[in-house]
Design a protein around this ligand. Structure first.
Ligand code: MG
Length: 424
C-alpha cells in the first residue's frame, strides 16, 4: 500500500546492520550548461563532512524531469542509508516506482548510482576502475567526429584529427536540404518540394558509399572509419547500405534502424558485411541484453546514464565479454565529465572494450568540472584520483543556466522533402 500524502517517509533501511555510522545525509540534482548543453549531475552528501559523490544523470532534452525525480522522489529514499549498499539501494530505487525504467527514471537512478560509486572509491582511496577489478589497458582509444558540408571538407577535418593522433574517425557529410546527421546541410536543396530543406533517403543511400570510397583514397588504409546513420533506414535499406560499404572496411556502422525496429537487427547484422553498432537509445537493461544475446550487435553502444548507471552497465559489459560483443559507450557532448569518467572506468577494466566515442570539452566545462578528462593523442587516460576524480564547482555552474528546447527546435525540422518527419 503506497503511503498517503502527509505520511512520513517509509523506512528504507535493510534488515542488516551497517558496518559503521556513515550515512547519506543529502541528495540533490544540479543542472548546468557551460557549453550550452544542459548537463544533470547528482550530488550525494554523507555524514562524514567532505565525503560526497557525484553521478551523471544527463538527459539533456528532459533535464527538468530528471532533476525533479532526483529531488522529489528518489533522493528522500536514500537519506539515512549507508552509502556502501550500492546494489541494494539501486535495486530498491528501481523497484520503488513500481513502473520502472525509461530515460527519466534511469537517469535519476544513474545519478545516484554513480555518486555512490564515487563515494565508494573515495572511501577506499581508489579510482573506480580499481574497484571493478583494475586495468586491462593503459588508456582507451577514442574516435571523434569528422564532418563537413562536402566530402572534401569532411576528409580535411578527418586529416586534422588523424594528425592529432586519432586512429578512429567517424565521417558524416552534408546532404542537400537539412543534411545528414552530424554534418551541415545545404538549405533549399529541394526547392520544388513541400519541404525544400528536406532529407532524402535515396540520395543518402547513393552518396554515402562515394564518401567512403573517396575517404580510402585520401586517408589511406590504416585509419579506422565509422559512420552513424541515426536511425533513418528501414531494415532492408540498412542491408543495402551495409553491403554498399563492404569494400571500404568500416570499423562500425551505427544505428542503421530506429529502436522501434531493434528486433529486426539480428537479420540486418547477419546480412551485413560490416560490424553493426547500436544501443545509445536503449533505456532498458533487458532490451540491451536481448540485443547482445540475439545477435543484434557487434558493438553495444549504450548511453550509460540512460540505462541506469554504472551498476547495470558493468553487468552488460560482462555479458558482452562472455558473448564476444564489444563495447562502444555513447559519449558526445551530452554526457557530463562525470559520465565520461564512468565510461572510462568500464573501458580500461574490461577485455570487451571496442572503442570509446569522445568529446573535447571547452574551457568553460573544464572549469565547472575540475578534473574533466580530455583526449591526449587520441586516447583518454584514467585519473588515479579516488572515485571518479571529477569535481563540480557549483558557484561557477550556476553561471551557466540551461536553455530548454534546443534539440527540439532542430529535431522538428528533420523532415523528408515531402514534409514527413524523420528520426532526428
Ligand atoms: Mg550515435
Amino acid at each position: 500500500m503506497p503511503p498517503s500524502p502527509g505520511q512520513v517517509m517509509p523506512e528504507t533501511q535493510p534488515p542488516w546492520q551497517p558496518r559503521d555510522g556513515l550515512r547519506v545525509t543529502g541528495v540533490r540534482a544540479i543542472v548546468t550548461a557551460p557549453e550550452g548543453i544542459p548537463l544533470v549531475v547528482v550530488r550525494v552528501d554523507t555524514s562524514d563532512a567532505g565525503l560526497y559523490g557525484l553521478g551523471c544523470a544527463t538527459f539533456t532534452q528532459r533535464f527538468h524531469a530528471v532533476a525533479a525525480t532526483v529531488d522529489e522522489h528518489v533522493g528522500p529514499l536514500l537519506i539515512g542509508r549507508h552509502p556502501a549498499d550500492i546494489e541494494d539501494i539501486v535495486r530498491m530505487i528501481h523497484l520503488s516506482s513500481y513502473w520502472r525504467g525509461g530515460p527519466v527514471l534511469n537517469n535519476a537512478l544513474s545519478g545516484v548510482d554513480m555518486a555512490l560509486w564515487d563515494i565508494a572509491g573515495k572511501r577506499a582511496g581508489m579510482p573506480v576502475h580499481e574497484l571493478l577489478g583494475g586495468r586491462v589497458r593503459a588508456a582507451a582509444p577514442l574516435y571523434l567526429h569528422a564532418e563537413g558540408a562536402t566530402v572534401e571538407a569532411t576528409l580535411e577535418h578527418a586529416q586534422r584529427l588523424m594528425a592529432d593522433g586519432y586512429r578512429h574517425v567517424r565521417l558524416q557529410t552534408g546532404q542537400p536540404g537539412h543534411g545528414t546527421y552530424g554534418a551541415p546541410g545545404a538549405p533549399g536543396g529541394y526547392p520544388a518540394a513541400p519541404h525544400p530543406d528536406g532529407w532524402d533517403v535515396r540520395h543518402y543511400l547513393r552518396t554515402t558509399p562515394a564518401l567512403f570510397e573517396r575517404a580510402r583514397q585520401v586517408l589511406g588504409e590504416e585509419v579506422e572509419l565509422l559512420h552513424d546513420v541515426h536511425s533513418r533506414l528501414t531494415p532492408k535499406d540498412a542491408v543495402i547500405l551495409a553491403r554498399s560499404l563492404a569494400d571500404h572496411r568500416l570499423f562500425f556502422l551505427e544505428d542503421v534502424v530506429a529502436p522501434e525496429h531493434y528486433d529486426r537487427l539480428p537479420e540486418v547484422r547477419a546480412a551485413s558485411p560490416v560490424p553493426i553498432a547500436a544501443g545509445e537509445l536503449l533505456v532498458s537493461v533487458p532490451e540491451a541484453a536481448r540485443l547482445v544475446l540475439n545477435g543484434g550487435v557487434d558493438l553495444l553502444r549504450c548511453h550509460v546514464s540512460a540505462i541506469g548507471g554504472l551498476t547495470p552497465a558493468r553487468k552488460l559489459t560482462a555479458l558482452c565479454e562472455l558473448t564476444g560483443v564489444r563495447t562502444a559507450w555513447h559519449s558526445p557532448g551530452d554526457v557530463s565529465p562525470v559520465g565520461v569518467a564512468a565510461n572510462l572506468a568500464l573501458d580500461v577494466s574490461t577485455p570487451a572494450f571496442g572503442i570509446q566515442e569522445a568529446h573535447v570539452y571547452p574551457e568553460a566545462v573544464c572549469e565547472v568540472f575540475p578534473g574533466t578528462l580530455n583526449p591526449v593523442g587520441g586516447h583518454l587516460h584514467p585519473s588515479s584520483a579516488p572515485g571518479w576524480g571529477v569535481e563540480l564547482d557549483e558557484r561557477l555552474a550556476a553561471r551557466f543556466p540551461p536553455v530548454t528546447h534546443l534539440h527540439e527546435r532542430w529535431a522538428a525540422r528533420v523532415r523528408r522533402p515531402d514534409g514527413g518527419l524523420e528520426p532526428p
